[in-house]
Design a binder for this molecule. Structure first.
Ligand SMILES: Nc1nc2c(ncn2[C@@H]2O[C@H](COP(=O)(O)OP(=O)(O)OP(=O)(O)O)[C@@H](O)[C@H]2O)c(=O)[nH]1
Ligand SMILES: [Mg+2]
Length: 451
């Protein structure tokens, strides 16, 4: 019996014994001891919490933040990714700057060829304009040469890119590599190193330089402007419009500015991936991956695999397109197409946990159209007698998009909506800055409040 008792004493954990209250402890001593123990416990919990948060931060750092850009073609997806690059991957931006030169020259030539196309069946134009048209004929070849220089021949890509277009709109230059526009621009660089190919781009530039005054005369001609107006061709509102910067851009020493690069048009084909690694700041070491998809309807099927793993979707709906038709034979209203697409995304059960960010884009063009007096209600009868101005129209459209999300989402969810002009570099960078913090912290509500 004695032996058993002794064994039992020995089996007591030495730590517990050390922590056990002293024998003969007074009530006062006990109260002091318990208070100290409680304080120690609180401190320990606090340290545990800090360690847990640090662990979470580390694992968050390791897992890249994936963002999917969605929206119809020309909605501004690639432009938004460019602004992100401009803001947070400055080195890559600088490395690519000069490669955009050829794309911008091509954009310029494309605008001229659009005018020439529009004038083809314009018997009313004066003989001086006809003369200009003949003199500018070689720019058709220049377009082809620049497309070749950028790795686009008359193959499948061009065919897919042109897809009829608005009337006989010239084919757009496009990029279809998974590694983004860098690949197409890299292709241009590679060709520049090859003397034979290099001369192709240089020769194209020489023709543009020789045609400069004729281009200026064509674009400045009142009859030409009237003919374009009559045919509903508004080049200023089209992508990659550089005619107003002709003498600055058509120049041997031309270096694209940040704004030029943002405004340059390079159509996306397929799905491209852009990786950004933050080098400094609170998010140093953090990697972001943007999936930028080609928005034309023929490409929408290829997006699904990218839905799975993304933290956020930035959906761009260009709200200026209320009076525009879809490209190609499908026809239909472009705003309606955007709304249908938005509805599909809101309905998706796969995406209920993904943060949805909506950019109602191209507000600058919308405002210009409304100021010109293009009536919104002609295209959207439910707009009724509301004022045909920017504050009323943007509020109305915002409400419609939000209402779709409310009605069609499988679960109640918050959609973070912004009125944007993606080519307004500064404002867009500020918006993306807020969103970036919101996405990382799963707290877009704060980002919204910061507006
Ligand atoms: N005026 C104006 N132009 C814009 C705006 N956002 C984009 N653009 C221009 O519109 C054109 C098309 O933009 P992108 O970003 O290439 O469009 P996208 O959605 O990537 O198009 P796809 O690659 O065909 O799917 C570019 O020339 C942009 O500079 C905007 O808010 N206002
Ligand atoms: Mg694109």
């Amino acid at each position: 019996m004695v032996l058993l008792t002794r064994r039992s004493d020995e089996s007591v954990d030495p730590l517990s014994r050390a922590l056990a209250p002293p024998k003969n402890e007074s009530a006062e001593q006990r109260a002091i001891r318990e208070a100290k123990e409680a304080e120690a416990c609180r401190e320990s919990n606090r340290i545990d919490e800090i360690i847990k948060q640090e662990k979470q931060a580390i694992s968050r750092k390791k897992a890249p933040v994936k963002v999917l850009m969605l929206g119809q073609t020309e909605s501004g997806k690639s432009t938004t990714v460019k602004i992100f690059q401009l803001s947070y991957a400055r080195q890559a931006w600088e490395d690519e700057r000069m490669s955009w030169r050829t794309v911008i020259h091509l954009n310029l030539v494309r605008s001229v060829n659009t005018i020439l196309d529009a004038l083809e069946n314009a018997p009313e134009i004066a003989s001086r304009v006809n003369l200009l048209r003949m003199r500018l004929g070689p720019l058709r070849h220049v377009q082809h040469d620049l497309e070749t220089h950028l790795g686009l021949t008359e193959g499948e890509e061009i065919h897919a890119a042109s897809e009829a277009g608005i009337l006989r709109r010239p084919a757009e230059v496009c990029v279809r590599s998974r590694s983004g526009w860098a690949a197409a621009l890299g292709f241009a660089k590679q060709r520049a190193r090859n003397p034979g190919r290099h001369s192709l781009a240089e020769e194209a530039l020489e023709v543009i330089l020789k045609s400069r005054d004729d281009i200026a005369a064509l674009w400045g001609d009142d009859d030409v402007r009237a003919a374009l107006e009559e045919r509903g061709v508004r080049l200023e509102d089209q992508s990659g419009f550089f005619l107003d910067d002709l003498y600055r851009i058509a120049h041997r020493g031309y270096e694209p500015t940040d704004d030029d690069v943002v405004r340059a048009r390079l159509r996306t084909m397929g799905v491209q991936e852009y990786r950004f690694l933050f080098e400094t700041g609170t998010h140093a070491g953090h990697e972001w991956i943007f999936y930028d998809v080609g928005g034309s309807r023929t490409h929408r099927g290829s997006w699904h695999p990218y839905f799975m793993d993304v933290k956020a979707i930035i959906f761009l709906a260009p709200i200026s397109v209320f009076d525009e038709k879809l490209e190609g034979e499908a026809g239909g209203n472009r705003l309606e197409d955007s709304i249908k697409f938005w509805t599909t995304i809101c309905k998706s059960k796969l995406l209920t946990k993904v943060q949805l960010i909506l950019f109602l884009n191209k507000c600058d063009i919308l405002e210009r159209k409304l100021v010109r007096g293009v009536p919104l209600r002609r295209y959207i009868p439910t707009y009724g007698d509301r004022a045909n101005d920017m504050p009323t129209a943007s509020k109305y459209l915002r409400k419609q998009f939000q209402e779709i999300a409310r009605k069609h989402s499988p679960e109640p969810r918050r959609v973070y909506t912004y009125l944007t002009t993606a080519i307004d570099t500064r404002a867009m960078a500020a918006t993306l800055g807020m969103i970036r913090v919101g996405i990382v912290n799963d707290n877009l509500q704060t980002a919204e409040l910061l507006r």
